[in-house]
Design a protein around this ligand. Sequence first.
Ligand code: VAH
Length: 314
Amino acid sequence: KILIIGACGQLGTELTLKLRELKGTENVIASDLRDEPIDLLTEGPYEKLNIMNKEAFQIILEKHQINQVYHLAAVLSAKGEQNPHFAWQLNMESLLTVLEAGKDRLKKIYWPSSIAVFGPDTPKENTPQNTVMSPNTVYGISKLAGERWCEYYFEKYGVDVRSLRYPGLIGYKAMPGGGTTDYAVDIYHKAIVGEKFECFLSENSMLPMMYMDDAVKATIDLMETDAENVKVRSSYNLAAMSFTPKEIAEEIRNHYPDFEITYNPDFRQKIADSWPGSIDDSAARNNWGWQHKYGLKELTETMITNLKDTIVFD
Ligand code: VAH
């Protein structure tokens, strides 16, 4: 059975839904800090879990006979800068707890990394799989250290842990939780209700982005592929598109001609400036057949179509 840690987050919600569809609802146990699951996840089994509580984690592994864990709980880039020590502690300690369980009980582990592992002196265009990495956010530092630990547990103990360096993820089913790319979700919510959007990044901030369905597909494809195809045991670069706030606003105007955006960069601008503009994900494409589906046009169409159905107009 599969345990999802952080199942009620932006990625966790969608991964849980897709895994329940593929593996059967009863075989996918959702867990998160809250007492009850979010509405979208009430169909299947749920456990309240603070992954910093090692004993509670072990009890859940035993109770549900878990042999696969998707460990998604983390403090993201923007929130991490406001609480550095907690972010490091949660992001690192929890990963080590899960990796330890990989030595005896778990057959497979999934753990997300991010383009945040790259820093100001990383080549910004078509960033390679292996390159200079000097992240200057706590989140990026914890993700880089986490990648090193994943490769260490694979090499030393044979733990089958797999990982992807996600770009900014954009979806309509669950809100993001404190990242620097969150503007690219909020902008659609504002466009739908005809409000002006104030962007916390400058208009030419180019960042790698991905529609949530592509990210969920890549995650499950990576987890389902034969172990010998997984040649990267730190974390795979993964890409779909890159755009600036100006470009996404222009694409939205194809649907809402009067849509207005203003720019008021805040502390997150420095984080965005330290990240690449585009990513070379040829290793993922060559090793296990990764192929994205959604570009900016398709992303905008699907976000607007689906958000219009979900937002209650007062
Ligand atoms: C963040 N959404 O902004 C996450 C992600 C690449 C961005 O890691 O922190």
